[in-house]
Design a protein. Structure first.
Length: 172
């Protein structure tokens, strides 16, 4: 399972090919769509990756109320804006106004806990909730073909039945 890191990053800004009021901020291998003129190449900003769950105060501050994914509208998800993929949020939260983001980017400081950002973990489907049972053999009286353990007294398994005859039998 991956871990969540909300870090300061040095941006590379590219023009958005399909919008006059938007630009693309490159953060490592990821891109985020940002407002035109908000950032320049070489600026430092905080990058909040996909699958992050934001606290209500940060959602309000960033003006993202009702625009995020999930039942509570609080989860960052990759979206296409004017045809370009945005894979997270680039911002400068007020909570980090006194932080030197250039130095934090060099140090790799994680701001997830300070900002109250957590990682989204999908719920376990009800059909998968519970104890795991051992797999039953395909056909009554047959041995599992995937089993590598065979009794020492028996010869190596060579099933006398074919796949067709096995599937023609009633289900176990």
């Amino acid at each position: 399972m991956s871990t969540l890191r909300v870090t300061a990053e040095i941006l590379t800004v590219h023009p958005h090919p399909n919008a006059d009021a938007l630009e693309l901020a490159q953060v490592g291998l990821y891109r985020a769509v940002v407002a035109k003129g908000a950032y320049r190449t070489g600026d430092a900003a905080v990058y909040i990756p996909e699958q992050s769950v934001l606290p209500p105060a940060l959602i309000d501050e960033l003006g993202l109320t009702g625009r995020l994914a999930g039942g509570n509208h609080d989860r960052v998800k990759a979206v296409r804006l004017r045809g370009e993929l945005s894979q997270g949020i680039v911002c400068r939260p007020k909570a980090l106004a006194d932080v030197d983001l250039v130095r934090a980017a060099a140090d790799g400081t994680d701001f997830a806990e300070l900002l109250g950002v957590t990682k989204w973990v999908p719920p376990v489907p009800p059909a998968m909730d519970g104890e795991v049972e051992p797999r039953r053999p395909c056909c009554p009286g047959s041995t599992s073909r995937t089993s590598s353990a065979t009794p020492a007294s028996s010869p190596p398994a060579s099933p006398s039945w074919s796949r067709r005859s096995c599937t023609a039998r009633p289900a176990c």
